[in-house]
Each structure stands twice: as C-alpha cells, then as structure tokens.
Design a protein around this ligand. Structure first.
Ligand code: GLY
Length: 344
C-alpha cells in the first residue's frame, strides 16, 4: 500500500531499521539522479547508485542486462535492497531487475512522477518493452513499500503531470459519478497541487482496493486496463515511428475510444462519453492519426496481452464504476471509435 510521507528520509530509515539488509542500490534515471536523488540522505547501510538512460525506449532488455551487470560488479547480494527512485520506467525496470536477481531481492518504490505515483509504482507489475511491444516481458512481484513524497511533483513539467492525470481519470471512471465529476472539475489552466492531493489520495485508494482483490491480474484487476488496449496501441505506434508520446496522453485517448465503444456495446450513457471526451480533448488534444494508420493500430491491438488469437479484448463500462472486462469488439466498431477520436 502506498504511503504519502512528508519526510522521505525518515520513512526510508524507519523501513530499513525493521529489516536486515546488507546494502541498498538506488536506481535512478538521468533526470531523477539530478533532481530527486540529492534529497535522499545517507543510510545506515552502504548505498550504491545505478543510473539508467531516460526514456521509454530505454526500458529494454539491454538496459536490464546492464543493470544486472552493475549489480554483480557492486557485489549486490540476496540481502541487498533495491530502491527505485523515478518514474514508471525506473520502477518497472528496477523492479524486474530486483525480482530476478538471485531469484529475487526486496524492492522499495519511491515514485517521482504523478503517473508512477498513481499507477506504475503500485501493484507489483514490472517489466520491459520487447520488439516494440509495451511490457512484453515481465513479472508481478509486490514492492516491500511504496513511499510517495509529493514535493517531487514540483519538479515535473506540465505535460508529465497531465500524463499522470489520465490514470487518475481512469480510476475515477472505475469509481462513481461523484468522484468522476470532481476530477472533471480540476482546472489544469491553473493547477493547484493542494487541490490535487485529495484526488491523488482517492486514486491511490481505488487502485489499492482493486489490486488487493486480484493481485495477479486474473479477474477484477483487468478493469485497470480501461483505455489501455487503444492506449498501448497508440503508444507503440508512435514509439515505432520514433515520435514517442507520454503514456498518459495515449491512455487518455484510449479512454475516449473505450467510452465510445461502451456507448455502442455496453449501454454507457452518452452524457458520460461527451463530458469525458470534452475534458480530454481540451487537456490532451487529439491523436495525430489518419485512416491509413488504422490497420497498423489494429495489428498492435491484436498483440495486446489481453487479446487471444484474432479476438481483440477491451475493458468497457456499463456505467461509471461498472466495468465489463474481456469484451471482444468487431473491427468496424474499433475503427468507428478511432473516427470519433479524430473528429467526433
Ligand atoms: N496498470 C494496471 C495495473 O496495475 O494493473
């Protein structure tokens, strides 16, 4: 369960005092090494630093291997602790490095972006991208602790904050209309971190509740993939074109597409679709896709981990807070949803 802390050093020290680690590895990327690492003080155990390159395209098997090589050089043991200080790339890759090293060492996540605070750091999903496919290789292993230090958010560019907010919108769509309405009122033209805090707490509660019902992602947790079959296809498509887009932007567009399909297939009331679509188009714009991109996007959806054979599966909503998982959509419905995204 994620803990919001006002004193990140005290939280880490207290956690370490209850364990018997022989050393800690702090894994950062080139940005968090500069902006976030200096805040972490020395610990009662030796610390080694590993820094990975920035960017989703570096969330690769190659980077993972280089982390394992460095862990060997450092002399990390089965009793070492991995502290992942960064966004989703750091916690996904660092978490996987820890989960496999000597068959698994403990890991603590200290997410530094809104996206990773809300989503990637919690729930134990780790992994790397492979052959252009998102999180194709990975495993689920829960971190020992997750510490959220909200002042780290002050170091983030607006686009990063907005990216994280897409996952909060997803959680709100999985909660109820009241919570959704509060999220749709948040004014990104004048963002106020204090007003965001209660929404962050609510979002963490929702994610925690869903993961605790189904930690291994066989049932109710699949609802957290709302918007992600479309979203991952956008993300992979733009990554392959060497024009990577923030995950949250792709998820936000994926949410609109999923709500459009929900209005057709699972009876979602169209007022929800239009309110959410309006908010998302204002905040994230629209994806730069043309009709001629649809087949390539569809192929990427077929590769999605939720899909089986030729069937592409989606999470849709019957209503806010009432997801239906594993819904198979016809190709023409998927293409109509893409049309709506472009000009609906
Ligand atoms: N990001 C979706 C999940 O944790 O299941």
């Amino acid at each position: 369960m994620s803990i919001i802390t006002e004193d990140i050093n005290a939280s880490i020290q207290q956690f370490i005092a209850t364990q018997k680690y022989d050393g800690a590895i702090i894994i950062t990327d080139e940005n968090t090494k500069i902006y976030c690492r200096p805040i972490i003080e020395s610990l009662d155990i030796p610390i080694h630093d590993i820094c990975i390159p920035v960017g989703e395209e570096k969330k690769s098997v190659q980077t993972l291997v280089s982390v394992w090589e460095q862990m060997e050089q450092i002399g990390a043991s089965r009793h070492s602790l991995m502290l992942c200080l960064g966004g989703g790339v750091v916690s996904d890759l660092g978490g996987m490095a820890a989960a496999c090293y000597k068959r698994g060492i403990d890991c603590v996540n200290i997410p530094t972006t809104l996206l990773s605070m809300i989503d990637a750091s919690a729930g134990g999903k780790t992994g790397v991208n492979f052959l252009g496919l998102k999180n194709e290789i990975g495993l689920i292993r829960q971190p020992k602790a997750i510490f959220l230090y909200l002042p780290y958010l002050k170091t983030l560019p607006q686009a990063e904050m907005r990216s994280g907010y897409a996952e909060m919108l997803k959680h709100a769509l999985l909660t109820n209309r009241k919570v959704l309405a509060l999220h749709l009122l948040y004014n990104w033209a004048e963002p106020d971190l204090r007003a965001l805090n209660p929404l962050i707490e609510e979002s963490l509660r929702v994610k925690g509740e869903i993961v605790s019902q189904d930690p291994h992602d066989h049932g109710p947790r699949k609802a957290l993939n709302l918007g992600h079959t479309f979203g991952h296809a956008f993300e992979e498509y733009f990554l392959q074109k060497s024009a990577p887009l923030p995950h949250g932007y792709c998820v936000a567009w994926g949410l609109v597409a999923a709500l459009y399909a929900s209005a057709i297939v699972t009876g979602l009331q169209t007022d929800v679709l239009h309110q959410v679509a309006h908010y998302i188009f204002e905040l994230y714009g629209r994806p730069e896709i043309l009709c001629r991109d649809y087949d390539a996007l569809y192929k990427l959806m077929e590769h999605d981990k939720k899909s089986t054979g030729q069937e592409v599966r989606f999470v849709l909503l019957e209503d806010v807070g009432r997801p239906q998982i594993d819904v198979v959509l016809e190709k023409n419905c998927i293409f109509e949803a893409l049309d709506f995204l472009r000009e609906g």
